[in-house]
Design a protein around this ligand. Structure first.
Ligand SMILES: Nc1ncnc2c1ncn2[C@@H]1O[C@H](COP(=O)(O)OP(=O)(O)OP(=O)(O)O)[C@@H](O)[C@H]1O
Length: 312
């Protein structure tokens, strides 16, 4: 069952078209990702969905409600952690959660929520004294304190170290397991691939693809790379003739084959048939960043602030 339906959404700021004919549907209980580079229109889309901005055109339904007309009702049902949702430095953790809890007619027990998010011992700490990871966990607590049906998390792990980022990912999975639908805005490939059931890839205000992470990779027809060494020379035409193979490069005993489908099986079977022994076989499967590059014609990496050890 769909909890968010968007059809033909458009929003411009002066001459800048921020969102251009976006349509999408989010199903109950999924983690739905909106993935795109800086300035792609992700935040504007979200702001329209939660009634913070008025679209120029299009239809939006969230839990059957109109975000602009039913904004007050929707506020009780949708928990939002926005990108610049920073709190006053001196506000204590416990006070922040109680303050946010007071915005909702029903909600979570603040103490229990802080314990669940591992912030039990930080209740008296000021927001400004928390680590980046703790600040993000507090941001999640504030998004969840109203016991929402939908949680909107925007660039949640940007700036976190790899460990804090992984802890936060685990938390998001737990939120989903508790039955909350999660709308996750990110420009981090690894985050999208790891967490999202489906992803809308957005570029220059438009959705260029919408699928599961595996589906995006498959449909972008991104090549895999298979490299291996051979003990004796062989006729490369054997490989080039295979339907799975798109390219063969031979450098002495080292062979690099690119292709799609079950490339490893196709290549190794063909070589066994002609009596060629292969060693040191390595297969590089296509990943989401390859798919993004194929879909948009550019890499997402300039906007990716993940630290080197965080990359695969
Ligand atoms: N209030 C505003 N006034 C004018 N232009 C804006 C405003 N907000 C966003 N824009 C522009 O609209 C476009 C989309 O911005 P938006 O913030 O929605 O993208 P984003 O994908 O969320 O980017 P980021 O990842 O950097 O937050 C950008 O070109 C941005 O400069």
């Amino acid at each position: 069952m769909a909890v968010i339906e968007v059809e033909g959404l458009r929003k411009r700021y002066g001459s800048t078209v921020a969102v251009d004919n976006v349509s999408l549907t989010v199903e109950r209980g999924e983690i739905f990702g909106i993935l795109g580079p800086n300035g792609a229109g992700k935040t504007t889309t979200i702001e329209c969905l939660i009634g913070l901005r008025t679209p120029d055109a299009g239809r939006i339904s969230v839990l059957g409600l109109d975000p602009r007309r039913d904004r007050n009702r929707l506020r009780q049902l949708v928990g939002v952690q926005l990108q610049q949702g920073m709190l006053p430095e001196k506000l204590r953790v416990g006070e922040a959660v109680k303050l946010y809890r007071s915005f909702y007619s029903e909600g979570a027990d603040p103490d229990r929520l802080l314990a669940d998010l591992g912030l039990d011992g930080k209740r008296r700490s000021a927001f400004g004294d928390l680590s980046g990871g703790q600040q993000q966990r507090l941001a999640i607590a504030l998004a969840l304190v109203g016991k929402p049906l939908i949680a909107v998390l925007d660039e949640l792990t940007t700036g976190l170290d790899p460990r804090a980022r992984r802890d936060t990912w685990q938390l998001i999975e737990e939120i989903r397991e508790s039955g909350v639908t999660v709308l996750l805005v990110t420009h981090l490939m690894e985050e999208a691939e790891r967490l999202c059931d489906r992803i809308a890839v957005i570029d220059r205000g438009r959705i260029v693809a919408l699928d599961t992470p595996a589906g995006l990779i498959t449909h972008a027809s991104v090549d895999q790379q298979l490299t291996f060494r051979v003990a004796q020379p062989f006729d490369h035409a054997v490989l080039a003739a295979l339907p799975e193979v798109t390219g063969v490069v031979v450098d002495g005993a080292e062979v690099m084959v690119s292709g799609t489908g079950n490339l490893l099986y196709a290549v190794t079977s063909a070589l066994i048939d002609v009596g060629v022994v292969v060693t040191e076989t390595r297969l590089r499967q296509a990943q989401l960043d390859d798919a993004f590059l194929a879909l948009t014609g550019r890499a997402l990496s300039p906007a990716d602030d993940s630290t080197p050890e965080d990359k695969r």
